[in-house]
Design a protein around this ligand. Structure first.
Ligand SMILES: CC(C)(COP(=O)(O)OP(=O)(O)OC[C@H]1O[C@@H](n2cnc3c(N)ncnc32)[C@H](O)[C@@H]1OP(=O)(O)O)[C@@H](O)C(=O)NCCC(=O)NCCS
Length: 224
């Protein structure tokens, strides 16, 4: 059974590990390299259970996720009633409702934390976060195009990849038919090269989307 509790410093290695698991996908965070526990000690000590908590989800003694609220926009005092929310779930525990549970509980706690608005910033291609936010009544209030290069791909490289794919568009879309044919006939054909092109197309799409952030807000007590 999943239980949720305030995190303590002994949880930091697990929290860091879960965070690092999310980096290679290129869609969870703008960090591009793993962080260390040492990097995060000061960060961790800034949380305050009464105003800006960090909680962990535990299953049979194992930390499987975390959620936290951070001060908004340099913590300037007029923004005290607004916080940014972040949620991370261990890769092997995703899609089991843990992220929704953590975020729901944190939003429910907002009135006693003095928080009236919850902000969620995520890359446009972060489909799981989009889904969870929709479920919890977040509304898109802004969009920040061209603000990130998660994989460090330049616009020129992306354009070159897109042009290359456009040239081979027919072949790329042929891939599905060929896979079906191969499966049906047990006949390995030249599918691998075309699969590589399909992957390149997906990469180019990701490279475009990951430059953009959606900015979503949830006004506590006034959700759909
Ligand atoms: C975002 C995150 C916290 C959600 O946690 P979770 O425990 O997997 O969330 P839930 O199981 O409650 O719900 C996830 C939803 O996204 C859907 N989903 C998961 N992967 C998906 C994908 N690749 N494409 C589309 N939908 C996806 C799930 O099906 C589920 O929706 P459903 O319940 O309608 O089926 C988790 O994916 C995560 O830790 N990701 C990496 C870190 C991250 O991106 N954090 C947010 C930073 S802003």
């Amino acid at each position: 059974m999943i239980t949720i509790r305030d995190a303590n410093e002994a949880d930091l290695p697990a929290i860091v590990d879960i965070y690092n698991q999310s980096i290679p996908s290129g869609r969870a965070t703008a960090d591009t390299r793993p962080v260390s526990v040492t990097d995060r000690v000061e960060w961790f000590r800034q949380f305050d259970p009464a105003r800006r908590p960090i909680w962990v989800a535990e299953d049979e003694g194992r930390v499987v996720g975390c959620v936290y609220l951070t001060w908004f926009y340099h913590a300037r005092p007029a923004y005290d009633k607004t916080a940014e929310i972040s949620t991370y779930v261990a890769t092997d525990y995703q899609r089991k409702g843990v992220g929704t549970l953590l975020k729901t509980k944190m939003i429910e706690a907002c009135p006693r934390l003095g928080v009236e608005n919850v902000i969620s910033m995520y890359f446009d291609h972060n489909e799981p976060t989009e889904k969870v936010n929709q479920r919890l009544g977040f509304k898109v209030v802004g969009h920040l195009p061209e603000i990130a290069d998660v994989f460090g791909i330049s616009p020129e490289e992306v354009q070159a990849a897109v042009d290359d794919i456009a040239e081979h568009e027919d072949e790329v879309w042929e891939v599905h038919r060929q896979i079906e044919e191969r499966n049906a006939l047990g006949n390995p054909s030249d599918v691998e090269g075309k699969l590589a092109q399909a992957r390149a197309k997906r990469l180019a799409w990701l490279a475009e989307k990951q430059k953009e952030h959606s900015l979503e807000a949830c006004r506590v007590g006034n959700r759909a």
